[in-house]
Write a protein that binds this ligand. Structure first.
Ligand code: 5GP
Ligand code: MG
Length: 193
C-alpha cells in the first residue's frame, strides 16, 4: 500500500508523515457512531461528553455519525502544556449536570497515561447515569494506556507524539485534517521527553 500523501503546507509546518489520513479516520468514526447507536438507542437520552479541547473535532464528527437524539455536554481537563509528556490530569470548571438515568459517553481524542480518563470515569461515575462508556479515537501502545479501562477505541497507535484532528502541539495543528507525526527536531526536541 502506498503511504498517504503529506500535503506540502503541513510538511512545511514540521509534519514528518501522515499516520491516519482523512478517509481512514472518517470511516472509523462512522463505525463508532453506528456502534454507539446500536448499543444505546433504547429511548433514553444519550449524552456525549467531549473532553476539551482536543476532543472537539472527533466529537463533532462522531455526533454526526449518530442518527439519533444526542446531547453534548463539555468537560474541561488539562494535561499537556507546551510539553509533549503527560503531566497528570486536572479538571477545570463544572461537571455536567443532570446525567441521572441517561446513557453517557466520555469522548476523548487520545488515551496516553490514562490520567484524564481515570479521573473523569471516577467523577462522572458518581452521577447516577444509566450507563457510562469511554470512547477514544486513539490509544497509544503503552502500558498505562492499555491498562486503563476503555470501552471503545478507534485506533491503536504507536507510543509517539501525534498532532492533528484536534490534537495540538502548543496550541497549533488542531485544524490539520489528518493525524500526523511531528518532526521533533523541527520543534527543537530530539526525542520524547
Ligand atoms: P492522558 O491523561 O491519557 O495522559 O492524556 C490525555 C491527554 O493528553 C489527551 O487528551 C491529549 O490532550 C494529551 N495527549 C496525549 N498524548 C498526546 C499526543 O501524542 N499528542 C498530543 N497532541 N496530545 C496528547
Ligand atoms: Mg485532551
Amino acid at each position: 500500500m502506498n503511504a498517504p500523501v503529506l500535503p506540502g503546507y503541513w510538511q512545511e509546518q514540521g509534519i514528518e508523515r501522515v499516520l491516519l489520513d482523512e478517509a481512514t479516520i472518517a470511516a472509523r468514526v462512522r463505525e463508532l457512531g453506528e456502534q454507539l447507536c446500536n448499543e444505546l438507542d433504547d429511548g433514553r437520552e444519550i449524552v456525549l461528553i467531549p473532553v476539551l479541547t482536543g476532543a472537539i473535532i472527533f466529537a463533532a464528527d462522531l455526533m454526526r455519525a449518530m442518527p439519533t437524539r444526542v446531547r453534548f455536554s463539555l468537560v474541561s481537563v488539562a494535561s499537556y502544556g507546551a510539553a509533549i509528556t503527560s503531566q497528570g490530569a486536572v479538571r477545570s470548571g463544572a461537571l455536567p449536570a443532570n446525567l441521572a438515568g441517561k446513557h453517557v459517553v466520555i469522548v476523548d481524542e487520545i488515551l496516553d497515561s490514562g490520567a484524564t480518563i481515570r479521573l473523569l470515569r471516577k467523577e462522572i461515575g458518581e452521577l447516577n447515569a444509566q450507563s457510562l462508556r469511554v470512547c477514544v479515537l486513539l490509544r497509544k501502545q503503552n502500558e498505562k494506556a492499555l491498562s486503563t479501562p476503555c470501552e471503545m477505541v478507534g485506533f491503536d497507535i504507536p507510543d509517539i507524539f501525534v498532532v492533528g484532528y484536534g490534537l495540538d502541539y502548543d496550541g497549533s495543528f488542531r485544524n490539520m485534517p489528518f493525524v500526523g507525526v511531528l518532526n521533533l527536531a523541527s520543534i527543537g526536541m530530539g526525542s520524547k521527553g
